[in-house]
Design a protein around this ligand. Structure first.
Ligand SMILES: [Ca+2]
Ligand SMILES: [Ca+2]
Length: 127
């Protein structure tokens, strides 16, 4: 009384008594949680990743969150802006204007003038 069972997808064993755990192969990447299903699996990605196997590092720089002239650097579940030395903007989205003359720092009515890189200021004294 020999017989061969041709198992439906997702099952194995002599009598197809085993439900295969598709998560045993660790198909999910980047620390995702694998959910075993019948003949399939589902990956629940950690923040910052997407794709069926969570293999895609989401590009948080697209669209570019740096509205002004900042350069965006993609990170895991986030981004970092990179300012050039001449950029008068700061902040996470590069929208806060750097103004070394605000609040005013010059005395006796002198005019405050930012340096070209906006990192410092000079005072134009009244003659
Ligand atoms: Ca399964
Ligand atoms: Ca990313």
């Amino acid at each position: 009384n020999r017989f061969v069972c041709w198992c439906a997808a997702g099952y194995s064993g002599h009598r197809c008594e085993y439900e295969i755990n598709e998560c045993n192969r660790n198909p999910c990447q980047h620390g995702a949680t694998c959910i075993d299903q019948l003949g399939a699996y589902e990956c629940r990605c950690v923040p910052g990743y997407e794709g069926a196997q969570c293999e895609v590092d989401i590009n948080e720089c697209s669209p570019n969150p740096c509205y002004n002239i900042g350069l965006c650097k993609d990170l895991i579940n986030g981004f970092k802006y990179v300012m050039s030395a001449s950029a008068p903007y700061t902040g996470r989205t590069c929208t806060e204007k750097l103004d070394p003359c605000n609040p005013p720092k010059c005395r006796n009515g002198a005019t405050c003038r930012p340096t070209p890189n906006y990192m410092d200021y000079t005072c134009d004294c009244i003659p």
